[in-house]
Ligand binder design. Structure first.
Ligand code: A3P
Length: 287
């Protein structure tokens, strides 16, 4: 089995993906100057990051109308995986960023209570299954069985570290930030309602027509066919020639039922109950 850990870089207790990392930038992250109207989309990997990045259409009339040419990665770059070509300082406001960072590693400027943060979470059984396919077929950093992956995931030996720590850390420290928690499954069940909720949080009024365009272009099938939104063009360049999967894989709720055995499910539930005892956010496990 290929051990994923050799692809990881641990910094202050958190695992980054080593290959796309500017370590100097990471070491100085705390000093990075944040502008008041920046917006951050925070996710644990495989929770629907790419989906919520597509909601950058709320800010972009030309992409809503289909005339824009910028790929998601450029519209909502990953903060911690900044490359030398990305000049964050020169970007027009508002700047939209994505990040998988835990609450304690983000620049302290995010605690000014003005920067808007959208935290997207998804039931962790589906996160784990999505991650398994991603690790095997997209980043090609894992060659083992599902059981072996489950162990790594539950020990936090993956990029993003432990799912439980990530969500609990952000939730327990929410009062430090201006943060809106959004659920993947709610977005799936009621996309328009979720987009409205986000618009309200972002204080962005959209006409019905613009709202329809955002919702339509964020539907799984439409994103999958949209080269600006599906990341397909970067998969080979960023993750190498063996990468054959897609970020938009299935996009369903409850795919874990196709992966976990009864025993694995019981084991997962036991850990979940122990770790998430008294955690108030709800989870949706099936459609
Ligand atoms: P699956 O692998 O379960 O299909 P991330 O961007 O954080 O890596 O998350 C990727 C997951 O979000 C994938 O899950 C992907 O299919 C799902 N996803 C992306 N866009 C989606 C959409 N428009 N609707 C539903 N799911 C979506």
């Amino acid at each position: 089995m290929e051990d994923m850990e050799k692809f990881l870089f641990k910094f202050k207790g958190y695992y980054f993906n080593r290959s796309s990392l500017d370590i100097g930038f990471i070491e100085n992250l705390d000093n990075f100057e944040i502008r008041e109207n920046d917006v951050f989309i925070v996710t644990y990997p495989k929770s629907g990051t790419i989906w919520f990045q597509q909601l950058s259409l709320i800010y972009s009339e030309e992409h809503r109308k289909g005339t824009g040419k910028r790929e998601t990665m450029d519209r909502v770059p990953f903060f911690e995986y900044k490359t030398p070509e990305m000049d964050f300082e020169e970007r027009p406001s508002p700047c939209l960023f994505s990040t998988h960072l835990p609450y304690y590693l983000v620049p302290s400027g995010l605690k000014n209570k003005k920067v808007k943060i959208i935290y997207v979470y998804r039931n962790p059984k589906d996160v784990m299954c999505s991650y398994f396919h991603f690790a095997k077929n997209v980043i090609s950093q894992f060659t083992g069985t599902f059981e072996e992956f489950m162990k790594q995931f539950l020990e936090g030996r993956v990029m993003g570290s432990l799912w439980f720590d990530h969500i609990k850390g952000w939730y327990e420290h929410r009062s430090l930030f201006n943060i809106q928690f959004m659920m993947y499954e709610e977005m799936k069940k009621d996309p328009r309602g979720s987009v409205l909720k986000i618009c309200k949080f972002l204080e962005k009024g959209l006409s019905d027509e613009d709202m329809d365009a955002v919702v339509r272009q964020a539907i799984f099938e439409n994103m999958k066919d949209d080269p600006l939104a599906n990341y397909d063009s970067i998969i080979a360049t960023v993750f190498g020639p063996n990468a054959k999967g897609h970020f938009l894989r299935k996009g369903t709720i409850g795919d874990w039922k196709n992966h976990l055995t009864v025993e694995q499910n019981e084991r997962f539930d036991k850990i979940f109950q122990r770790e998430m005892k008294d955690f108030p956010l709800e989870f949706i496990w099936d459609m």
